[in-house]
Design a protein around this ligand. Structure first.
Ligand SMILES: [Zn+2]
Ligand SMILES: [Zn+2]
Length: 139
């Protein structure tokens, strides 16, 4: 039992380190985390990685982002609230430095008599790279 707990903790730490190591603005799908985790610990299983992500989210260490149109949820280090943009052409996900005013959220909650647990804002369209590519004629 103790051994299992110890091993589990190590895996959680490994998964957390992987998410934390990413440059700001990176968003990893569970499959990406798994690929990176295997490089560091060959025997690690996908389920372990997936569970670790869920647990780290519960602990508030990583954030889970679901963006409409994306194939899976994405993970990033927990930080200040921001919106996400997804490019419909290349699938890139970018951070958008914008968050709804907490007072606005409070007012919405009051008006509709609802308890808001989480707010996620997402935008979609075409990223700058795809826009530039479309504008410059292929050579
Ligand atoms: Zn794009
Ligand atoms: Zn983000």
């Amino acid at each position: 039992m103790w051994y299992n707990f110890e091993r589990m903790t190590k895996n959680y730490r490994l998964v957390y380190e992987i998410v934390r190591e990413q440059t700001r603005g990176a968003h990893l799908a569970p499959a990406d985390v798994f690929t990176l985790a295997k490089k560091k610990r060959q025997g690690i299983g996908f389920t372990t990685v997936y569970r670790a992500l869920a647990r780290l989210r519960e602990l508030g260490l990583v954030s889970e982002i679901s963006v409409p149109g994306a194939e899976s949820a994405y993970y990033e280090t927990a930080g200040p609230a921001h919106a996400h943009f997804r490019c419909e052409e290349c699938g890139a996900i970018e951070d958008i430095d914008y968050a709804l005013d907490p007072n606005v959220v409070k007012e919405i909650a009051r008006k509709h008599a609802i308890a808001v647990r989480d707010v996620s804002l997402s935008l979609r369209g075409k990223c700058r790279r795809c826009t530039d590519r479309a504008a410059s004629p292929a050579k």
